[in-house]
Design a protein around this ligand. Sequence first.
Ligand code: 5HY
Length: 244
Amino acid sequence: MHIKVINPNTTLSMTAKIEGCARAVAGPGTLVEAVSPRMGPASIESHYDEALSVPGLLEEIALGEAAGVDGYVIACFGDPGLQAARELASGPVLGIAEAAMHAASFLGRGFSVVTTLGRTAGRARDLAEQYGMSRFCRGVHACEIAVLDLETDPAAREVITEACRAALERDGSDAIVLGCAGMADLCGSVSAEIGAPVVDGVAAATVLVQSLVTLGLRTGPRGEFARPLPKAYTGLLAGFGTAG
Ligand code: 5HY
């Protein structure tokens, strides 16, 4: 099978990291392809960034459909464009926040999310509510490291580890959810340091999409997630018309 992992930001070094983490958990018969869109923000850490990441993401879904992709991961913790992507894709589409929260809900009575900037915490809480995970999500905490600084700040690993340790203590949680695809490579070391399960949404989503494809399951194609109705799109979006 072919799983396309889309990093909605345009930072290719982060896409490469994401690809490595997804490939590490994919089965031998699964081709994992990670991409960034040709247009979009360098990182996503505001509502504005998130909105502007969606056209490029949807273009990658359309390209994937033409290439026969079996399932998709949206590798950004805001799960941008998830519902729209489900209208375009013939296979399952998961966001990393959705996948990580569901995986963490199997690990105890509650989890804590550790994300990047505090301004993104509200989005994480909104997603927990939207996914029916509020009863499990005991807190959302920011390490106040910007997304792109995760790759350059030598203190990032330590700061994130201590933020995870503090979150567990403060919330009385059983597990941690890493709130950024850019933290995916820290999962194992943080878990070993704090002595608790740490869920990386990239790996969780990859395995869950692989499982859904194996089961022959996909988004229901009738009603809300049917293909978009044919219509004109103008200006920069002129190429986004669909055949319905
Ligand atoms: C992410 N932003 O996973 C989110 C994390 C965040 O560019 N990739 C990004 O801070 O919301």
